[in-house]
Structures are given as structure tokens and as C-alpha cells.
Design a protein around this ligand. Structure first.
Ligand SMILES: [Ca+2]
Ligand SMILES: [Ca+2]
Ligand SMILES: [Ca+2]
Ligand SMILES: [Ca+2]
Length: 301
């Protein structure tokens, strides 16, 4: 009795159990020697665990028109891998803020290759695939909003484990709250004068030239912008954030420039801050005046 050994090549792929067939031939010539059973099948048991499925936590601007999730496998698989997905509201609302997917048979799934078109929405990884993007359409409206979230949920994994079953998509807004110079929410100190002229945002500004004239606004947001006027008779203004001077802006320009964006600041997270314009009573040597205009302050929530 002899022993036939077939060596097995180890790999790291999750795969189905495989078979190998050994067939004996050529031993039938001698009298009295026969092969009662000339074929044997060996089974190679797969020893690799199925991959994990994970999803990332993306952030996108409302103006980007989509929030793109990436669904990944933690290792390459030799088998097709599938997982079902659907969207869910966080603080954002389907239809108003983004387009739902996979929540009912009347909501179409995105087109291949990222997913199936039927219901439910199924992501399919072919053997060797490790990442697929799922783009959730985001609706770009003109309404100032706070930063909002929506969810992409994964379930029913096939040939895989579900390691991270939910992605949170953060949608930042791109619509400014515009506070005109005439707003009662702006606090003025010393004398500011209203003037109307074409080109100003909303058609008017308030201006002052005396040192220590101030205009302040307290707002809750993550980005602030100041619009002023540049021109041949404009002076210098200090910008304070929460009482701390962060910039000095020279508003002099040889040519008249209304609705000029003269200061911007981003904050790491939305918060309540006070922005102040403080007229310095100084000027560029080329300027014929020290006038500082406040046209509008605008911020992203
Ligand atoms: Ca929105
Ligand atoms: Ca928008
Ligand atoms: Ca918006
Ligand atoms: Ca204005």
C-alpha cells in the first residue's frame, strides 16, 4: 500500500472548500494486478476567515451635491461579497436635504457599478474588489442651515462579517446668513452714518471715520465674513473676534470697490462669537481719508 501526497498551497483568500482529484493509470497490464479503485478525491478545507466590511464617516458641503461613503473590505476575498444598504435620517431630512436610497421599493438604488438598481440596494464586491463608493445625492438649497448628518446603514452581509455597520455623513451648509448694516442685531458705538449707493450689498452702508467708532455683531456659526468698501478715501480698521484683535485691514484702494470682502475667519466648530469692527482713525499714506464702511456681515451656521 502506497501513500500519495498532494501538497496544498496556502493562501490568505477566503474561498470555498476546494477539491483535488488523483487518478491512477497504467497499472492494469500485469496479470493479477488490478486497480479496484483508480480515483480519489481530496478536499482542501479553506482556513481563511471572511473579510470584515467597514464604512467611513465622510463630510461634504451642501454645494458638493453628494456625500460619498466608501464601503471597504478589511482583506481581499476570493469569494463575491455582498451587503445591503439603506439611508436614514440623522439631523438631516430625506427629500429636503438628501435623496434617500434603499428605504422602499419606490426609491431607486444608484446605478452599477456601485450598487444594484433593484430593491433592496445591494453592494456587490467581486473577488479581488476591496472598496466601493456609495454617493448619496445632497440637495443644494438656498436656505441657511446648521451642519446636519445623515446615515448609511449596512446589513445582511454575505461571505463577510459586518465590522462597521453605519456611516455618518456630515453635510456642511453653504448658505450665508446675511446681516445688513441696518440690522438691529448690530451694536454701534459713536456716530455711524447711513449712505446709499449702487453696488453696496442691499444698496446701503454705514460709515464712520472717528477713532474708536465700533460696530459689533454676536452670532452663532462656523465662518464669518465682513463686507466693506475699498476706495481712495478709505482708512484702516481693526477686526476683533471675541474682544481680541485679530487683524488690521487697510481699506485704501486707488479705485472704488463696493461690496468688498475684506475679512474672513473659519472656526473649527460652530460656536457663538462676537465680531467687532473698530475704526482706527489712521490711513494709508495714499488715502485722502479715514472712512470705514460696514456694508454687511455674513456667516455660515
Ligand atoms: Ca440642506
Ligand atoms: Ca445651498
Ligand atoms: Ca442650505
Ligand atoms: Ca449693505
Amino acid at each position: 500500500m502506497g501513500l500519495l501526497t498532494v501538497s496544498v498551497m496556502p493562501d490568505l483568500l477566503d474561498e470555498l472548500d476546494e477539491t483535488v482529484v488523483a487518478r491512477l493509470t497504467g497499472a492494469g497490464g500485469a496479470p493479477g494486478v488490478g486497480i479496484g479503485r483508480d480515483q480519489a478525491t481530496g478536499t482542501i478545507l479553506d482556513d481563511d476567515a471572511p473579510p470584515g466590511i467597514i464604512i467611513d464617516q465622510p463630510t461634504a458641503s451642501e454645494g458638493a451635491s453628494k456625500v460619498s461613503f466608501v464601503v471597504s473590505l478589511t482583506s481581499v476575498s476570493g469569494l463575491p461579497v455582498g451587503v445591503t444598504f439603506r439611508t436614514a435620517n440623522g439631523t438631516a431630512t430625506a427629500t429636503a436635504d438628501y435623496t434617500a436610497m434603499g428605504v422602499s421599493s419606490t426609491v431607486p438604488c444608484p446605478v452599477p457599478p456601485s450598487a444594484s438598481t433593484g430593491f433592496p440596494c445591494i453592494l456587490r464586491f467581486e473577488p479581488g474588489d476591496t472598496a466601493i463608493a456609495v454617493d448619496v445625492p445632497v440637495l443644494d438649497d438656498a436656505v441657511p442651515e446648521t451642519t446636519e448628518t445623515m446615515l448609511l446603514r449596512l446589513f445582511d452581509p454575505m461571505n463577510a462579517t459586518l465590522d462597521v455597520a453605519q456611516g455618518t455623513g456630515t453635510i456642511t451648509d453653504n448658505d450665508f446668513v446675511v446681516v445688513q448694516e441696518s440690522s438691529a442685531t448690530i451694536t454701534y458705538r459713536k456716530t455711524w452714518t447711513t449712505q446709499s449707493f449702487s453696488g453696496a450689498l442691499g444698496g446701503a452702508v454705514r460709515y464712520a471715520s472717528a477713532a474708536r467708532s465700533k460696530a459689533s455683531l454676536t452670532f452663532t456659526g462656523r465662518r464669518i465674513e465682513i463686507l466693506s468698501t475699498r476706495g481712495p478715501d478709505r482708512g484702516n480698521v481693526a477686526i476683533l473676534v471675541d474682544g481680541v484683535k485679530v487683524a488690521t485691514v487697510n481699506l485704501y484702494s486707488a479705485t472704488f470697490g463696493p461690496a468688498a470682502l475684506v475679512f474672513t475667519r473659519d472656526f473649527a466648530a460652530p460656536g457663538t462669537h462676537t465680531i467687532t469692527l473698530k475704526v482706527l482713525g489712521t490711513r494709508d499714506t495714499r488715502s485722502s481719508g479715514k472712512r470705514v464702511d460696514l456694508d454687511a456681515v455674513r456667516y455660515l451656521r
